[in-house]
Design a binder for this molecule. Structure first.
Ligand code: NAD
Length: 358
């Protein structure tokens, strides 16, 4: 496979590979689009089996960030970086300084932040070499942990979907949550406070028992979560939970959760549509986290303090966008993921055309 033949390649503006022998850094920074603004997206550290695997992930994730940022109506494009390595054993300050140097080399085309395997402490090392870092926790512009904001967006999105699909409020609605990690736990608490009845699962038995006790929830085995009697299925663990294998088991009328890449493929979105299950496109409903990060980038660029009110206003706008996606899908009798993709592409193409004309 060459770069340009990869199914994950979609007109990316730039794909940059960096290696630093002294610190053993090997990373790829993919910039999908800067049409709407500097590309923003986190840095993932993962023990990829090959450079090709890392490249594919960077391409796929950076494109997803363009779509997510466009749907959140942020003045940001999409990018993502991946560091090849084991985050449990191979992290060093020098590695992240070298990574910061790589980000700096792009001259502000790309802003980095946390993702799987990368913490605020790691980013603090990167920040010694570049200012294009968000997701730190030690300055007035810092936005802190994005998970509660992601959970708030997902909570509002679930409420919206329940109103649309079931014509009722959350009180008494049964929600099955797969994964009670950073986002899933906050989501469970918000839903419980709104009167929802919860069924939770997690592969981490200790976290599951704790969150279930705190939210008065039933629990299910990880493999049994697809079969539980519920109105809403909320995937909040890993990607690919919604597939042609799992959909026939679902009893929910709504699928709405925080996980990235919930659909195992576009055919899963088609199948949800065919069965009349309302699906909230993942990168729309889970945009709260990147809105929070965008709040930090905005504050850093203006030399101001972080403004939670700005974030909340953007979150409300995100919910209007979700409502518009669902309206259009209903009107045109199309799957919701299809409509969201089309809107995201149009927003990016519109910004690119404006930039070209300027
Ligand atoms: P996390 O790692 O804190 O939580 C994930 C939880 O899922 C863990 O408790 C894990 O034990 C559990 N899990 C893993 N596999 C499972 C399985 N097969 N069955 C049941 N449980 C399983 O991650 P998070 O930050 O809460 O993110 C959750 C999802 O939301 C991820 O897909 C992430 O990419 C996405 N997301 C997160 C944010 C954010 O702000 N944290 C923003 C946007 C999207």
């Amino acid at each position: 496979m060459t770069l340009f033949d990869s199914p994950a390649f979609e007109g990316h503006e730039g794909v940059h590979a960096f290696a630093d022998e002294a610190s053993r850094l090997k990373c790829v920074i993919a910039v999908h689009s800067t049409a709407r603004g500097p590309a923003a997206g986190g840095c993932r550290m993962w023990p990829y089996a090959s450079a090709e695997e890392a490249l594919t992930d960077a391409l796929r994730l950076s494109r997803a960030m363009s779509y997510k940022n466009a749907m959140a109506d942020l003045e940001l494009g999409g990018g993502k970086s991946v560091i090849i390595g084991d985050s449990r054993t191979q992290k060093t300050p020098a590695l992240f300084e070298a990574f910061g140097q790589a980000v700096e080399a792009l001259g502000g085309k790309y802003w980095t932040a946390e993702d799987v395997g990368v913490s605020p402490a790691d980013l603090a090392h990167a920040r010694r070499r570049t200012r294009y870092v968000a997701g730190l926790d030690d300055h007035p512009a810092a936005s802190g942990d994005p998970s509660p904001v992601t959970a708030e967006g997902v909570f509002r999105g679930v409420r919206l979907c329940v109103r649309r699909a079931l014509g009722r409020d959350l009180d008494g609605v049964r929600v099955a949550i797969q994964g009670v990690g950073h986002v899933g736990e906050h989501l469970a608490k918000k839903l419980r406070a709104a009167g929802a009845k919860l069924v939770l699962t997690d592969v981490n038995g200790e976290a599951l028992r704790r969150v279930a006790a705190e939210t008065d929830a039933e629990t299910a085995a990880p493999s049994a979560i697809f079969d539980v009697d519920c109105d809403v299925f909320a995937p909040c663990a890993m990607g690919g939970a919604v597939s042609l294998d799992t959909i026939p088991h679902l009893r929910a009328r709504v699928v709405a959760g925080a996980a990235n890449n919930q659909l195992a493929g576009p055919e899963a979105g088609q199948e949800l549509f065919r069965r009349g299950i309302l699906y909230a496109p993942d990168y729309v409903i889970n945009g709260g986290g990147i809105i929070n990060v965008a709040g930090e980038i905005r504050a850093l660029e203006r030399g101001e303090a972080f403004d939670p009110a700005w974030v909340d206003a953007r979150l409300e706008r995100l919910m209007s966008t979700l409502d518009e996606v669902l309206d259009q899908a209903q009107r045109e009798r199309r799957p919701t993921h299809d409509v969201a993709n089309a809107i995201a592409r149009a927003r990016i193409a519109g910004a690119a055309a404006e930039r070209a004309a300027a």
